[in-house]
Design a protein around this ligand. Structure first.
Ligand code: FCB
Length: 471
């Protein structure tokens, strides 16, 4: 065990966002609607029409990142800005935006880490079947080529398709995310096409940007049986197949897990949309696995919503975030060590964080101390995983800014930086100042000094006492 809790040299320290959640400017410079514009409008939800206006404010936001010592920024490219109709004509103005942003990040010493697809599918493609249509993966390949040919000379790390499990389950099984469908078989069809999209993107990255490192960001949950009863243990294994292995195994081993395959075929019939050669493509060698970790799942043997396991609510006595998710750093450690042992792939933490809704106190400071404590706990868990052999390339906190939390709207704040959505005023939170100090030291610091003390935040984006605990 490495007692100092330091991180490897060259470690990427950053924060993450996605286009629809932060950009706003939905009509600017030739952008066409995405499925999230349609979905939020149709249900009268908060939309990304303005969001954090990051499309216009990115230079100031990048200054803020640099002031917080971030050396990496994960953002996503909006397909409806770049190829507004999904296929065909490229919108130069949309591409220019990201071209300038990549340059602007590099000028500030920040490594750009773009995600090719973070859920804002062009509505025009949805009108032709969206992810239920295999042709959408061909459209994605075309769009990917455009992105690579424009930005590939400066982008060292590419991420492909964000969280296919969430798209498949929330978008197509539970109807909670765009496009709001509810059918298990369709959700599996969509998951397969998203994995295929990842595969074609990896293939294009290999051809066009052989020096870049690339991989897929997956939402991963450690699944724990609620008891040692073999039925609970089997249920947890089943649930883990559903949330994790259904994505990990094809991407990293080129095959679907047999137990989960058998279960799905029992539930929905033959998975005949999986065609010869698909798994070779999906299994194109990855350089890294993106890990999005928020919470664990506790599982009991019982049927729930047609699946043979039940997800238990938060356990009494276990800390929760303000959205009710269990805040369990030890599960993060278990996940990382498990991934390392099973798949032996370099890991990039592409998301980790939680909801704490604190806003500015009368003195202007945002005391989001739940986030400070959780960040400390998760960074300790991360550093223990590194000590235990996990190869970790970096940590990208979700999120840089309070933003549109999809169907939850603006009510859930995940940011290191507070955004007043009426004025767009940014305020660096205590968590960001703590994080800046950790980055400066390249090791986990005691958060004590960040949980009290004088007002130090600022609305102008300066990181206040960020350097206090530095080396
Ligand atoms: C993940 C999404 C991300 C954000 C976080 C809280 O599932 O990738 O966009 O909404 O959850």
């Amino acid at each position: 065990m490495n007692a100092t809790g330091t991180f490897p040299a060259g470690f990427l320290w950053g924060a993450a966002t996605s286009s629809y959640q932060v950009e706003g400017a939905v009509d600017a410079d030739g952008r066409a609607p995405s499925i999230w514009d349609t979905f939020t409008a149709g249900r009268g939800m908060d939309s990304g029409a303005v969001a954090c206006d990051h499309y216009h404010r990115w230079p100031a936001d990048a200054d803020l990142m640099a002031g917080l010592n971030l050396n990496a920024y994960r953002f996503s490219l909006a397909w409806p800005r770049i190829v507004p109709q999904g296929t065909g004509a490229v919108n130069r103005a949309g591409l220019d935006h990201y071209d300038r942003m990549v340059d602007g990040l590099l000028e500030r010493g920040i490594t750009p880490v773009p995600t090719l697809y973070h859920w804002d599918l062009p509505q025009a493609l949805q009108d032709r079947g969206g992810w239920t249509a295999r042709t959408t993966t061909e459209a994605f390949a075309e769009y990917t080529e455009v992105c690579l040919d424009t930005l590939g000379d400066r982008v060292p790390v590419w991420l492909t398709v964000n969280e296919p499990w969430v798209v498949s389950v929330l978008g197509y099984r539970l109807g909670l995310h765009a496009p709001g469908e509810r059918d298990l078989r369709t959700s599996l069809l969509v998951a397969h096409h998203l994995l295929l999209a990842h595969g074609v993107a990896m293939e294009r990255i290999r051809e066009r940007c052989p020096d870049a490192r690339a991989g897929i960001p997956l939402s991963l949950f450690p699944n724990y049986p609620v008891s040692a009863d073999p039925a609970d243990v089997a249920a947890a294994r089943g649930s883990e197949g559903y949330t994790n292995r259904w994505y990990l195994d094809p991407v990293l081993r080129g095959r679907y897990p047999a137990d989960t395959w058998a279960l799905f075929e029992r539930l929905v019939g033959p998975l005949d949309f999986v065609q010869p050669g698909d798994l070779d493509l999906i299994g194109t060698r990855s350089d890294l696995l993106g890990v999005n970790y928020y919470t664990r799942r506790r599982i009991a043997a019982a049927e729930q919503d047609g699946l043979p396991w039940r997800v238990l609510p938060a356990q009494e006595g276990v800390p929760v975030t303000e959205s009710g998710w269990e805040d369990v750093p030890a599960a993060f450690h278990d996940l990382l060590v498990g991934l390392h042992r099973e798949y032996d792939v370099p890991l990039l933490i592409t998301e980790n964080g939680g909801v704490w809704n604190a806003g500015p106190d009368p003195d202007g400071r945002v005391r989001d101390h739940g986030r400070v404590r959780a960040l400390h706990g998760h960074l300790r868990a991360l550093s223990r995983a590194v000590d235990d052999g996990a190869r970790v390339l970096g940590y990208l906190h979700w999120s840089l800014l309070d933003n549109l939390e999809w169907a939850e709207g603006y009510a859930q704040r995940f940011g290191l930086v507070h955004v007043d959505h009426a004025t767009q005023r940014r305020t660096v939170k205590d968590s960001a100042r703590y994080y800046a100090a950790v980055i400066a030291a390249n090791r986990v610091l005691d958060p004590a000094g960040h949980l009290d003390g004088p007002a130090g935040s600022s609305a102008d984006g300066s990181p206040g006492s960020a350097g206090d605990d530095g080396p």
